[in-house]
Design a protein around this ligand. Structure first.
Ligand code: X8Z
Ligand code: ZN
Length: 625
Protein backbone atom coordinates (compact mmCIF):
# COMPACT_ATOMS: atom_id res chain seq x y z
CA UNK A 1 0.00 0.00 0.00
CA UNK A 2 2.80 2.42 0.76
CA UNK A 3 4.37 1.85 -2.62
CA UNK A 4 1.80 3.97 -4.35
CA UNK A 5 3.47 7.14 -3.09
CA UNK A 6 4.67 9.49 -5.73
CA UNK A 7 7.58 11.73 -5.13
CA UNK A 8 6.57 15.30 -4.47
CA UNK A 9 8.85 18.32 -4.20
CA UNK A 10 10.80 18.55 -0.97
CA UNK A 11 8.35 19.05 1.90
CA UNK A 12 8.94 21.31 4.82
CA UNK A 13 9.23 19.38 7.98
CA UNK A 14 11.43 21.11 10.38
CA UNK A 15 12.43 20.80 13.92
CA UNK A 16 12.84 24.23 15.31
CA UNK A 17 11.15 26.13 18.04
CA UNK A 18 10.53 29.20 15.92
CA UNK A 19 8.51 28.59 12.81
CA UNK A 20 7.94 25.20 14.28
CA UNK A 21 6.22 23.32 11.52
CA UNK A 22 7.46 20.27 13.32
CA UNK A 23 8.71 20.19 16.86
CA UNK A 24 12.00 18.57 17.66
CA UNK A 25 10.38 16.19 20.04
CA UNK A 26 7.58 14.80 18.06
CA UNK A 27 7.69 15.63 14.45
CA UNK A 28 4.29 17.11 15.19
CA UNK A 29 3.19 20.09 13.24
CA UNK A 30 2.51 23.00 15.50
CA UNK A 31 -0.27 24.26 13.34
CA UNK A 32 -3.91 23.53 13.89
CA UNK A 33 -7.14 25.16 12.92
CA UNK A 34 -8.70 27.56 15.35
CA UNK A 35 -11.66 29.78 15.66
CA UNK A 36 -10.87 33.09 14.07
CA UNK A 37 -9.40 35.05 16.94
CA UNK A 38 -7.22 37.46 15.07
CA UNK A 39 -8.79 40.63 13.81
CA UNK A 40 -8.56 41.61 10.19
CA UNK A 41 -6.23 44.36 9.11
CA UNK A 42 -7.56 44.34 5.58
CA UNK A 43 -6.59 47.03 3.15
CA UNK A 44 -8.82 46.72 0.13
CA UNK A 45 -11.16 43.81 -0.50
CA UNK A 46 -9.16 40.57 -0.63
CA UNK A 47 -9.98 38.03 -3.34
CA UNK A 48 -9.85 34.25 -3.51
CA UNK A 49 -7.06 34.56 -6.07
CA UNK A 50 -4.97 36.60 -3.62
CA UNK A 51 -5.61 34.04 -0.91
CA UNK A 52 -4.41 31.30 -3.26
CA UNK A 53 -1.28 33.28 -4.11
CA UNK A 54 -0.61 33.85 -0.43
CA UNK A 55 -0.99 30.14 0.34
CA UNK A 56 1.40 29.19 -2.44
CA UNK A 57 3.96 31.68 -1.17
CA UNK A 58 3.74 30.20 2.33
CA UNK A 59 3.99 26.64 0.98
CA UNK A 60 7.13 27.46 -0.94
CA UNK A 61 8.67 29.04 2.13
CA UNK A 62 7.71 26.10 4.35
CA UNK A 63 9.34 23.69 1.90
CA UNK A 64 12.57 25.60 1.49
CA UNK A 65 13.03 27.03 4.95
CA UNK A 66 11.75 23.79 6.42
CA UNK A 67 14.59 21.73 5.05
CA UNK A 68 17.23 24.37 5.74
CA UNK A 69 16.10 24.89 9.33
CA UNK A 70 15.72 21.18 10.01
CA UNK A 71 19.30 20.51 8.99
CA UNK A 72 20.59 23.27 11.24
CA UNK A 73 18.44 22.10 14.13
CA UNK A 74 19.62 18.51 13.61
CA UNK A 75 23.28 19.45 13.67
CA UNK A 76 22.67 21.60 16.74
CA UNK A 77 20.86 18.82 18.63
CA UNK A 78 23.47 16.19 17.74
CA UNK A 79 26.55 18.38 18.16
CA UNK A 80 25.91 21.15 20.64
CA UNK A 81 28.60 23.82 20.76
CA UNK A 82 28.98 27.57 20.51
CA UNK A 83 28.76 27.61 16.72
CA UNK A 84 25.76 25.33 16.29
CA UNK A 85 23.93 27.29 18.98
CA UNK A 86 24.78 30.43 17.02
CA UNK A 87 23.45 28.96 13.79
CA UNK A 88 20.31 27.65 15.45
CA UNK A 89 19.62 31.02 17.05
CA UNK A 90 19.95 32.85 13.75
CA UNK A 91 17.81 30.33 11.88
CA UNK A 92 15.15 30.34 14.55
CA UNK A 93 14.95 34.16 14.58
CA UNK A 94 14.51 34.17 10.79
CA UNK A 95 11.77 31.57 11.03
CA UNK A 96 9.96 33.48 13.77
CA UNK A 97 10.06 36.73 11.82
CA UNK A 98 8.62 35.06 8.75
CA UNK A 99 6.02 33.19 10.80
CA UNK A 100 4.79 36.43 12.38
CA UNK A 101 4.68 38.11 9.01
CA UNK A 102 2.62 35.28 7.50
CA UNK A 103 0.25 35.11 10.48
CA UNK A 104 -0.45 38.83 10.18
CA UNK A 105 -0.90 38.63 6.41
CA UNK A 106 -3.30 35.73 6.84
CA UNK A 107 -5.66 37.92 8.90
CA UNK A 108 -6.46 39.80 5.73
CA UNK A 109 -8.55 36.86 4.57
CA UNK A 110 -10.53 36.50 7.80
CA UNK A 111 -13.88 37.52 6.36
CA UNK A 112 -13.42 36.14 2.89
CA UNK A 113 -15.49 33.14 1.94
CA UNK A 114 -13.09 30.39 0.91
CA UNK A 115 -13.25 26.69 -0.04
CA UNK A 116 -12.79 24.56 3.10
CA UNK A 117 -9.26 23.45 2.24
CA UNK A 118 -8.03 26.98 1.67
CA UNK A 119 -9.76 28.22 4.82
CA UNK A 120 -8.06 25.51 6.81
CA UNK A 121 -4.65 26.42 5.39
CA UNK A 122 -5.16 30.09 6.25
CA UNK A 123 -6.17 29.25 9.82
CA UNK A 124 -3.21 26.90 10.22
CA UNK A 125 -0.80 29.60 9.06
CA UNK A 126 -2.11 31.87 11.84
CA UNK A 127 -1.22 29.19 14.36
CA UNK A 128 2.06 28.24 12.71
CA UNK A 129 4.38 29.56 15.39
CA UNK A 130 4.98 27.64 18.57
CA UNK A 131 6.24 30.81 20.25
CA UNK A 132 5.44 34.02 18.40
CA UNK A 133 7.58 37.12 18.83
CA UNK A 134 6.26 40.67 18.65
CA UNK A 135 7.13 42.56 15.48
CA UNK A 136 9.31 45.15 17.22
CA UNK A 137 12.97 45.19 16.19
CA UNK A 138 15.17 42.61 17.90
CA UNK A 139 12.40 40.66 19.66
CA UNK A 140 12.62 37.54 17.47
CA UNK A 141 16.39 37.44 17.92
CA UNK A 142 16.16 37.81 21.68
CA UNK A 143 13.51 35.10 21.89
CA UNK A 144 15.55 32.66 19.85
CA UNK A 145 18.71 33.33 21.85
CA UNK A 146 16.81 32.54 25.03
CA UNK A 147 15.26 29.39 23.58
CA UNK A 148 18.49 28.01 22.20
CA UNK A 149 20.20 28.67 25.53
CA UNK A 150 17.46 26.96 27.55
CA UNK A 151 17.53 23.90 25.27
CA UNK A 152 21.29 23.60 25.43
CA UNK A 153 21.36 24.17 29.19
CA UNK A 154 18.90 21.35 29.66
CA UNK A 155 20.83 19.01 27.36
CA UNK A 156 24.32 19.76 28.64
CA UNK A 157 23.89 20.86 32.26
CA UNK A 158 26.60 19.15 34.29
CA UNK A 159 25.87 16.96 37.28
CA UNK A 160 28.54 15.62 39.60
CA UNK A 161 27.88 12.45 41.53
CA UNK A 162 30.46 10.93 43.90
CA UNK A 163 32.96 13.49 42.64
CA UNK A 164 32.51 12.47 39.01
CA UNK A 165 30.68 14.19 36.24
CA UNK A 166 27.88 11.79 35.36
CA UNK A 167 25.96 11.68 32.05
CA UNK A 168 22.39 12.85 32.42
CA UNK A 169 20.99 9.68 30.81
CA UNK A 170 22.80 7.64 33.46
CA UNK A 171 21.07 9.62 36.20
CA UNK A 172 17.71 9.07 34.53
CA UNK A 173 18.40 5.34 34.41
CA UNK A 174 19.53 5.26 38.05
CA UNK A 175 16.18 6.63 39.16
CA UNK A 176 14.73 3.36 37.87
CA UNK A 177 17.17 0.98 39.52
CA UNK A 178 18.37 2.53 42.80
CA UNK A 179 16.25 1.64 45.85
CA UNK A 180 18.02 3.53 48.63
CA UNK A 181 15.84 6.58 49.48
CA UNK A 182 18.82 8.73 50.50
CA UNK A 183 20.61 8.03 47.26
CA UNK A 184 17.46 8.61 45.20
CA UNK A 185 16.94 11.92 46.95
CA UNK A 186 20.52 12.94 46.21
CA UNK A 187 20.17 12.21 42.46
CA UNK A 188 16.76 13.86 42.33
CA UNK A 189 18.00 17.03 44.01
CA UNK A 190 21.14 17.29 41.89
CA UNK A 191 19.15 17.01 38.67
CA UNK A 192 17.17 20.06 39.75
CA UNK A 193 20.20 22.27 40.41
CA UNK A 194 20.66 22.80 36.65
CA UNK A 195 17.57 25.01 36.08
CA UNK A 196 18.78 27.46 38.73
CA UNK A 197 22.52 27.40 37.93
CA UNK A 198 24.22 30.32 36.17
CA UNK A 199 24.60 29.91 32.39
CA UNK A 200 27.45 31.30 30.28
CA UNK A 201 25.25 34.30 29.60
CA UNK A 202 25.00 34.98 33.35
CA UNK A 203 21.35 34.09 33.48
CA UNK A 204 19.58 31.07 34.94
CA UNK A 205 17.15 28.89 33.06
CA UNK A 206 14.49 30.20 35.39
CA UNK A 207 15.24 33.80 34.43
CA UNK A 208 15.40 32.87 30.77
CA UNK A 209 12.06 31.14 31.04
CA UNK A 210 10.45 34.21 32.59
CA UNK A 211 11.85 36.41 29.78
CA UNK A 212 10.60 33.94 27.19
CA UNK A 213 7.09 34.10 28.67
CA UNK A 214 7.07 37.91 28.47
CA UNK A 215 8.23 38.10 24.87
CA UNK A 216 6.14 35.24 23.51
CA UNK A 217 3.00 36.54 25.25
CA UNK A 218 3.58 39.93 23.69
CA UNK A 219 3.85 38.17 20.32
CA UNK A 220 0.68 36.16 20.93
CA UNK A 221 -1.25 39.30 21.84
CA UNK A 222 -0.13 41.03 18.65
CA UNK A 223 -1.60 38.09 16.76
CA UNK A 224 -4.91 38.50 18.58
CA UNK A 225 -4.64 35.80 21.26
CA UNK A 226 -4.94 36.41 25.01
CA UNK A 227 -1.63 34.67 25.63
CA UNK A 228 0.53 31.77 24.41
CA UNK A 229 -1.53 29.21 26.36
CA UNK A 230 -4.69 30.24 24.51
CA UNK A 231 -2.81 29.91 21.25
CA UNK A 232 -1.60 26.41 22.12
CA UNK A 233 -5.08 25.25 23.10
CA UNK A 234 -6.48 26.65 19.87
CA UNK A 235 -4.68 23.95 17.90
CA UNK A 236 -7.31 21.35 18.66
CA UNK A 237 -10.09 22.40 16.29
CA UNK A 238 -12.14 23.63 19.24
CA UNK A 239 -12.51 27.00 20.96
CA UNK A 240 -9.73 27.28 23.52
CA UNK A 241 -11.90 27.01 26.65
CA UNK A 242 -13.87 24.05 25.26
CA UNK A 243 -10.64 22.17 24.69
CA UNK A 244 -9.55 22.70 28.30
CA UNK A 245 -12.92 21.37 29.45
CA UNK A 246 -12.54 18.39 27.10
CA UNK A 247 -9.23 17.41 28.72
CA UNK A 248 -10.87 17.62 32.16
CA UNK A 249 -13.71 15.39 30.95
CA UNK A 250 -11.25 12.78 29.68
CA UNK A 251 -9.30 12.92 32.93
CA UNK A 252 -12.55 12.35 34.83
CA UNK A 253 -12.99 9.06 32.94
CA UNK A 254 -9.59 7.71 33.99
CA UNK A 255 -9.17 9.27 37.42
CA UNK A 256 -10.97 6.52 39.40
CA UNK A 257 -8.43 4.05 38.01
CA UNK A 258 -5.53 6.34 38.90
CA UNK A 259 -6.84 6.78 42.44
CA UNK A 260 -6.92 3.02 43.00
CA UNK A 261 -3.47 2.57 41.51
CA UNK A 262 -2.06 5.36 43.67
CA UNK A 263 -3.56 3.80 46.78
CA UNK A 264 -2.08 0.38 46.06
CA UNK A 265 1.34 1.68 45.07
CA UNK A 266 1.59 3.84 48.19
CA UNK A 267 0.65 0.89 50.40
CA UNK A 268 3.28 -1.34 48.78
CA UNK A 269 5.96 1.34 48.96
CA UNK A 270 5.06 1.75 52.62
CA UNK A 271 5.75 -1.98 53.09
CA UNK A 272 9.12 -1.53 51.42
CA UNK A 273 10.27 1.73 53.00
CA UNK A 274 8.26 2.07 56.20
CA UNK A 275 6.08 4.81 57.70
CA UNK A 276 8.78 7.43 58.01
CA UNK A 277 9.59 7.40 54.27
CA UNK A 278 6.09 6.62 52.97
CA UNK A 279 3.45 7.78 55.45
CA UNK A 280 0.07 6.39 54.49
CA UNK A 281 -1.83 9.65 54.72
CA UNK A 282 0.54 11.74 52.59
CA UNK A 283 1.25 12.21 48.91
CA UNK A 284 3.98 9.80 47.72
CA UNK A 285 7.59 10.99 47.66
CA UNK A 286 8.38 11.81 44.03
CA UNK A 287 11.80 10.13 43.99
CA UNK A 288 10.50 6.67 44.96
CA UNK A 289 8.48 5.96 41.82
CA UNK A 290 11.26 4.76 39.52
CA UNK A 291 11.40 7.80 37.25
CA UNK A 292 13.11 11.20 37.39
CA UNK A 293 9.75 12.98 37.11
CA UNK A 294 7.48 10.32 38.66
CA UNK A 295 5.64 10.40 35.34
CA UNK A 296 5.58 6.66 34.73
CA UNK A 297 6.18 4.06 37.37
CA UNK A 298 7.00 0.85 35.49
CA UNK A 299 10.39 0.59 37.16
CA UNK A 300 8.88 -0.09 40.57
CA UNK A 301 6.81 -2.99 39.23
CA UNK A 302 8.75 -5.48 41.34
CA UNK A 303 7.80 -3.56 44.51
CA UNK A 304 4.08 -3.53 43.78
CA UNK A 305 3.66 -6.74 41.74
CA UNK A 306 0.56 -8.82 42.43
CA UNK A 307 2.39 -11.89 43.80
CA UNK A 308 0.69 -14.92 42.27
CA UNK A 309 -0.31 -13.02 39.13
CA UNK A 310 3.19 -11.99 38.21
CA UNK A 311 3.82 -13.14 34.62
CA UNK A 312 7.36 -14.05 35.60
CA UNK A 313 9.47 -12.22 33.07
CA UNK A 314 11.25 -8.90 32.97
CA UNK A 315 11.58 -7.36 29.51
CA UNK A 316 14.80 -5.50 30.37
CA UNK A 317 16.41 -8.79 31.37
CA UNK A 318 15.04 -10.61 28.32
CA UNK A 319 16.50 -8.03 25.95
CA UNK A 320 19.88 -8.15 27.63
CA UNK A 321 19.97 -11.92 27.97
CA UNK A 322 19.14 -12.31 24.30
CA UNK A 323 21.92 -10.10 23.09
CA UNK A 324 19.82 -7.14 22.00
CA UNK A 325 21.69 -3.93 21.37
CA UNK A 326 20.25 -0.52 20.48
CA UNK A 327 20.30 -1.18 16.73
CA UNK A 328 18.59 -4.54 17.13
CA UNK A 329 15.87 -2.84 19.20
CA UNK A 330 15.24 -0.41 16.34
CA UNK A 331 15.31 -3.21 13.74
CA UNK A 332 12.75 -5.08 15.80
CA UNK A 333 10.53 -1.99 15.84
CA UNK A 334 10.92 -1.61 12.08
CA UNK A 335 9.97 -5.26 11.58
CA UNK A 336 6.73 -4.62 13.47
CA UNK A 337 5.75 -1.82 11.11
CA UNK A 338 6.80 -3.96 8.14
CA UNK A 339 4.47 -6.69 9.39
CA UNK A 340 1.62 -4.17 9.05
CA UNK A 341 2.57 -3.58 5.42
CA UNK A 342 4.63 -0.40 5.77
CA UNK A 343 7.68 -0.03 3.57
CA UNK A 344 11.05 -0.60 5.26
CA UNK A 345 12.95 2.40 6.57
CA UNK A 346 15.24 3.95 3.95
CA UNK A 347 18.99 3.31 4.05
CA UNK A 348 19.48 6.95 4.99
CA UNK A 349 17.56 6.30 8.23
CA UNK A 350 20.30 3.90 9.29
CA UNK A 351 23.13 6.07 8.00
CA UNK A 352 21.93 9.35 9.54
CA UNK A 353 20.05 8.51 12.73
CA UNK A 354 21.65 8.96 16.13
CA UNK A 355 20.69 5.69 17.81
CA UNK A 356 23.18 5.71 20.66
CA UNK A 357 24.91 8.52 22.52
CA UNK A 358 28.05 9.55 20.64
CA UNK A 359 31.30 10.00 22.54
CA UNK A 360 33.23 13.22 22.77
CA UNK A 361 30.55 15.75 22.00
CA UNK A 362 27.43 17.24 23.56
CA UNK A 363 24.05 16.06 22.27
CA UNK A 364 20.40 16.38 23.28
CA UNK A 365 19.59 12.90 24.50
CA UNK A 366 15.84 13.32 24.85
CA UNK A 367 14.37 11.01 22.21
CA UNK A 368 12.91 12.58 19.07
CA UNK A 369 11.92 11.71 15.50
CA UNK A 370 12.62 13.90 12.51
CA UNK A 371 11.87 14.35 8.87
CA UNK A 372 14.59 16.57 7.47
CA UNK A 373 13.29 17.14 3.95
CA UNK A 374 9.57 16.56 4.19
CA UNK A 375 10.04 13.44 2.12
CA UNK A 376 12.08 10.35 2.98
CA UNK A 377 14.94 11.71 5.09
CA UNK A 378 13.42 10.38 8.31
CA UNK A 379 15.54 9.69 11.38
CA UNK A 380 15.45 9.18 15.10
CA UNK A 381 17.71 10.79 17.65
CA UNK A 382 18.09 8.77 20.83
CA UNK A 383 20.69 7.77 23.40
CA UNK A 384 19.18 4.31 23.53
CA UNK A 385 19.83 2.02 26.49
CA UNK A 386 18.94 -1.66 26.37
CA UNK A 387 15.91 -1.69 28.64
CA UNK A 388 12.13 -2.01 28.52
CA UNK A 389 11.58 1.77 28.69
CA UNK A 390 13.68 2.44 25.63
CA UNK A 391 12.19 -0.54 23.77
CA UNK A 392 8.85 1.26 24.10
CA UNK A 393 10.43 4.60 23.20
CA UNK A 394 11.90 3.11 20.00
CA UNK A 395 8.38 2.13 18.90
CA UNK A 396 7.11 5.56 19.94
CA UNK A 397 9.68 7.37 17.81
CA UNK A 398 9.26 5.09 14.82
CA UNK A 399 5.53 5.84 14.96
CA UNK A 400 6.38 9.51 14.39
CA UNK A 401 8.63 8.61 11.43
CA UNK A 402 6.05 6.38 9.74
CA UNK A 403 3.39 9.07 10.23
CA UNK A 404 5.70 11.71 8.73
CA UNK A 405 6.39 9.54 5.72
CA UNK A 406 2.72 8.66 5.28
CA UNK A 407 1.66 12.33 4.90
CA UNK A 408 4.64 13.53 2.90
CA UNK A 409 2.52 14.14 -0.21
CA UNK A 410 0.28 16.62 1.60
CA UNK A 411 0.84 20.36 1.30
CA UNK A 412 3.58 21.35 3.75
CA UNK A 413 0.90 23.26 5.66
CA UNK A 414 -0.92 19.96 6.20
CA UNK A 415 2.17 17.92 7.10
CA UNK A 416 1.46 17.19 10.74
CA UNK A 417 -0.64 15.01 12.97
CA UNK A 418 -4.43 15.31 12.91
CA UNK A 419 -3.76 16.85 16.31
CA UNK A 420 -0.70 16.66 18.54
CA UNK A 421 -2.13 13.68 20.38
CA UNK A 422 -2.42 11.63 17.18
CA UNK A 423 1.27 12.05 16.45
CA UNK A 424 2.20 10.86 19.92
CA UNK A 425 -0.23 7.93 19.87
CA UNK A 426 0.84 6.05 16.73
CA UNK A 427 4.00 4.38 17.99
CA UNK A 428 2.48 3.90 21.44
CA UNK A 429 -0.45 2.04 19.95
CA UNK A 430 2.00 -0.29 18.22
CA UNK A 431 3.95 -0.61 21.49
CA UNK A 432 0.79 -1.86 23.21
CA UNK A 433 1.12 -4.92 20.99
CA UNK A 434 4.33 -5.99 22.74
CA UNK A 435 2.28 -8.71 24.42
CA UNK A 436 3.43 -12.13 25.64
CA UNK A 437 2.28 -13.70 22.37
CA UNK A 438 4.42 -11.22 20.44
CA UNK A 439 7.43 -11.81 22.73
CA UNK A 440 7.01 -15.51 22.06
CA UNK A 441 7.01 -14.84 18.31
CA UNK A 442 10.26 -12.93 18.80
CA UNK A 443 11.67 -15.95 20.60
CA UNK A 444 12.18 -13.98 23.83
CA UNK A 445 9.92 -16.23 25.91
CA UNK A 446 9.06 -19.91 25.42
CA UNK A 447 5.57 -19.96 26.86
CA UNK A 448 2.87 -17.35 27.17
CA UNK A 449 1.74 -16.85 30.78
CA UNK A 450 -1.88 -17.99 31.17
CA UNK A 451 -4.88 -15.83 32.04
CA UNK A 452 -4.14 -16.07 35.76
CA UNK A 453 -1.25 -13.69 35.13
CA UNK A 454 -3.33 -10.97 33.49
CA UNK A 455 -3.39 -8.76 36.56
CA UNK A 456 0.40 -8.73 36.58
CA UNK A 457 0.57 -7.80 32.91
CA UNK A 458 -2.01 -5.09 33.43
CA UNK A 459 -0.17 -3.78 36.48
CA UNK A 460 2.95 -3.33 34.35
CA UNK A 461 0.97 -1.46 31.72
CA UNK A 462 -0.93 0.66 34.26
CA UNK A 463 2.29 1.78 35.95
CA UNK A 464 3.31 3.19 32.57
CA UNK A 465 0.07 4.43 31.11
CA UNK A 466 -2.38 5.15 33.93
CA UNK A 467 0.25 6.63 36.22
CA UNK A 468 1.21 8.98 33.39
CA UNK A 469 -2.14 10.68 32.91
CA UNK A 470 -2.19 13.24 35.74
CA UNK A 471 1.36 14.26 34.83
CA UNK A 472 0.34 14.46 31.17
CA UNK A 473 -2.41 16.86 32.17
CA UNK A 474 -0.70 19.05 34.74
CA UNK A 475 2.38 19.98 32.69
CA UNK A 476 0.28 22.28 30.51
CA UNK A 477 -2.06 23.28 33.31
CA UNK A 478 1.06 24.75 34.89
CA UNK A 479 2.08 26.45 31.65
CA UNK A 480 -1.42 27.76 31.02
CA UNK A 481 -1.23 29.39 34.45
CA UNK A 482 2.22 30.78 33.71
CA UNK A 483 1.26 32.21 30.33
CA UNK A 484 -1.95 33.72 31.72
CA UNK A 485 0.01 35.45 34.49
CA UNK A 486 -1.72 33.49 37.27
CA UNK A 487 1.75 32.24 38.21
CA UNK A 488 4.77 34.54 38.30
CA UNK A 489 8.47 33.68 38.67
CA UNK A 490 8.02 34.09 42.44
CA UNK A 491 5.27 31.46 42.44
CA UNK A 492 6.44 29.17 39.59
CA UNK A 493 7.69 26.52 41.99
CA UNK A 494 4.89 26.63 44.52
CA UNK A 495 2.37 26.48 41.69
CA UNK A 496 4.21 23.52 40.20
CA UNK A 497 4.11 21.53 43.42
CA UNK A 498 0.50 22.47 44.10
CA UNK A 499 -0.46 20.84 40.79
CA UNK A 500 1.83 17.86 41.35
CA UNK A 501 0.12 17.25 44.66
CA UNK A 502 -3.40 17.93 43.45
CA UNK A 503 -3.30 15.74 40.33
CA UNK A 504 -0.61 13.14 41.01
CA UNK A 505 -0.69 12.92 44.79
CA UNK A 506 3.08 13.23 45.02
CA UNK A 507 5.40 15.53 46.99
CA UNK A 508 9.07 16.47 46.75
CA UNK A 509 11.49 14.41 48.89
CA UNK A 510 12.72 17.62 50.53
CA UNK A 511 11.22 21.04 51.07
CA UNK A 512 11.55 23.04 47.83
CA UNK A 513 11.85 26.79 48.24
CA UNK A 514 10.18 29.09 45.76
CA UNK A 515 13.64 29.96 44.39
CA UNK A 516 13.82 26.62 42.59
CA UNK A 517 12.50 25.98 39.12
CA UNK A 518 11.59 22.31 39.28
CA UNK A 519 9.39 22.45 36.18
CA UNK A 520 12.58 23.34 34.27
CA UNK A 521 13.99 19.92 35.14
CA UNK A 522 11.64 18.40 32.56
CA UNK A 523 12.74 18.54 28.91
CA UNK A 524 9.49 19.91 27.49
CA UNK A 525 9.56 23.08 29.62
CA UNK A 526 12.88 24.59 28.48
CA UNK A 527 12.23 23.19 24.98
CA UNK A 528 8.69 24.58 24.87
CA UNK A 529 7.09 21.38 23.64
CA UNK A 530 3.42 21.47 24.58
CA UNK A 531 2.46 18.44 26.64
CA UNK A 532 -1.32 17.96 26.46
CA UNK A 533 -0.49 16.01 23.30
CA UNK A 534 0.78 13.12 25.46
CA UNK A 535 -2.28 13.14 27.69
CA UNK A 536 -4.48 12.98 24.58
CA UNK A 537 -2.23 10.31 23.08
CA UNK A 538 -2.67 8.07 26.12
CA UNK A 539 -6.44 8.21 25.58
CA UNK A 540 -6.26 7.80 21.80
CA UNK A 541 -3.84 4.87 21.74
CA UNK A 542 -6.37 2.67 23.53
CA UNK A 543 -9.14 3.86 21.21
CA UNK A 544 -6.92 3.02 18.23
CA UNK A 545 -6.03 -0.37 19.70
CA UNK A 546 -9.65 -1.27 20.29
CA UNK A 547 -10.61 -0.32 16.73
CA UNK A 548 -7.59 -2.17 15.32
CA UNK A 549 -8.31 -5.34 17.27
CA UNK A 550 -11.91 -5.29 16.09
CA UNK A 551 -10.69 -4.92 12.51
CA UNK A 552 -8.31 -7.85 13.03
CA UNK A 553 -11.18 -10.00 14.32
CA UNK A 554 -9.71 -10.36 17.83
CA UNK A 555 -12.21 -11.64 20.34
CA UNK A 556 -10.12 -12.00 23.51
CA UNK A 557 -9.50 -9.33 26.16
CA UNK A 558 -8.14 -6.09 24.72
CA UNK A 559 -4.88 -6.24 26.68
CA UNK A 560 -3.92 -9.56 25.08
CA UNK A 561 -4.46 -8.34 21.53
CA UNK A 562 -1.40 -7.85 19.35
CA UNK A 563 -1.89 -6.44 15.87
CA UNK A 564 1.51 -7.80 14.75
CA UNK A 565 1.21 -9.09 11.20
CA UNK A 566 -2.18 -7.57 10.40
CA UNK A 567 -1.93 -5.94 6.99
CA UNK A 568 -5.61 -5.05 7.08
CA UNK A 569 -5.06 -2.94 10.19
CA UNK A 570 -1.96 -1.45 8.57
CA UNK A 571 -3.92 -0.41 5.53
CA UNK A 572 -6.68 1.25 7.56
CA UNK A 573 -4.13 2.89 9.81
CA UNK A 574 -2.25 4.24 6.83
CA UNK A 575 -5.43 5.78 5.44
CA UNK A 576 -5.64 7.90 8.60
CA UNK A 577 -1.93 8.71 8.64
CA UNK A 578 -1.89 9.86 5.02
CA UNK A 579 -4.42 12.58 5.83
CA UNK A 580 -1.89 14.42 7.98
CA UNK A 581 -3.69 17.46 9.32
CA UNK A 582 -5.58 18.18 6.12
CA UNK A 583 -8.90 17.67 7.92
CA UNK A 584 -10.13 18.49 11.44
CA UNK A 585 -9.08 15.64 13.73
CA UNK A 586 -12.59 14.18 14.26
CA UNK A 587 -12.53 13.19 10.59
CA UNK A 588 -9.22 11.39 10.97
CA UNK A 589 -10.48 9.67 14.10
CA UNK A 590 -13.65 8.63 12.34
CA UNK A 591 -11.69 7.28 9.38
CA UNK A 592 -9.97 4.73 11.62
CA UNK A 593 -12.30 4.15 14.57
CA UNK A 594 -15.74 5.09 13.25
CA UNK A 595 -16.25 7.66 16.01
CA UNK A 596 -15.63 11.42 16.10
CA UNK A 597 -15.21 11.67 19.88
CA UNK A 598 -12.14 11.16 22.01
CA UNK A 599 -13.14 8.70 24.69
CA UNK A 600 -11.34 7.25 27.72
CA UNK A 601 -13.61 4.24 27.93
CA UNK A 602 -11.32 2.04 25.79
CA UNK A 603 -8.55 2.69 28.32
CA UNK A 604 -10.91 1.91 31.17
CA UNK A 605 -12.01 -1.31 29.44
CA UNK A 606 -8.39 -2.37 28.86
CA UNK A 607 -7.64 -2.12 32.57
CA UNK A 608 -10.99 -3.42 33.86
CA UNK A 609 -9.63 -6.68 35.41
CA UNK A 610 -6.91 -4.69 37.19
CA UNK A 611 -9.47 -2.19 38.48
CA UNK A 612 -11.45 -5.01 40.09
CA UNK A 613 -8.31 -6.44 41.65
CA UNK A 614 -7.16 -3.02 42.92
CA UNK A 615 -10.52 -2.32 44.50
CA UNK A 616 -10.27 -5.61 46.38
CA UNK A 617 -6.74 -4.84 47.53
CA UNK A 618 -7.68 -1.35 48.64
CA UNK A 619 -10.91 -2.34 50.39
CA UNK A 620 -9.43 -1.90 53.87
CA UNK A 621 -6.96 0.83 53.02
CA UNK A 622 -7.39 4.56 53.40
CA UNK A 623 -6.87 6.06 49.99
CA UNK A 624 -6.26 9.65 48.88
CA UNK A 625 -3.91 12.33 50.10
O1 X8Z B 1 8.89 13.18 25.02
C1 X8Z B 1 8.44 12.08 24.76
C2 X8Z B 1 8.96 11.31 23.55
C3 X8Z B 1 9.36 12.20 22.45
S1 X8Z B 1 8.00 13.01 21.71
C4 X8Z B 1 10.16 10.49 23.96
N1 X8Z B 1 7.52 11.51 25.57
C5 X8Z B 1 7.03 12.17 26.76
C6 X8Z B 1 8.12 12.28 27.82
O2 X8Z B 1 9.14 11.61 27.67
O3 X8Z B 1 7.92 12.99 28.79
C7 X8Z B 1 6.89 10.21 25.36
C8 X8Z B 1 6.02 10.01 26.56
C9 X8Z B 1 5.90 11.32 27.24
ZN1 ZN C 1 6.76 11.64 20.70
Amino acid sequence: MIKKYMRAPAGALIAVSSLALVSACSGQSQTQETSTQASSQSSGEPTVGEAQEFIEKVETFYREFGEYSARIAWVNATYINYDTDWLNTRMSAEGTEMGVKFANEAKRFNDLELPAEMRRKIELVKLGLNLPAPERQGAAKELSEINTRMASTYATGKITLDGEETPRVDLEEMMGTVRDPARLQEIWVKWREVPVAQTDADTTMKEDYASMVEIANEGARELGFDDVGTMWRARYDLPSEEFAAETDRLWGQVKPLYDELHCHVRAELNEEYGDSVVPLDQPIRADLLGNMWAQSWGNVYDLVAPGAADPGYDLTALLNDNGYDAVKMVETGEAFFSSLGFDPLPDTFWERSQITKPEGREVACHASAWNLDGQDDIRIKMCTKVNADDFQTVHHELGHNYYQRAYKDQSPIFQGGANGGFHEAIGDMVGLSITPSYLKQLGLIDEEPDASKDVGLLMQAALEKVAFQPFGLLMDKWRWQVFSGELTPATYNDGWWALREQYQGIRPPVERSSDYFDAGGKYHIPNNVSYTRYFIAHILQFQFLKAACEQAGWDGPLHRCSIFGSEEVGENFNAMLEMGQSKPWPEALEAFTGTREMDGSAMVEYFAPLMTWLQEQNADRTCGW
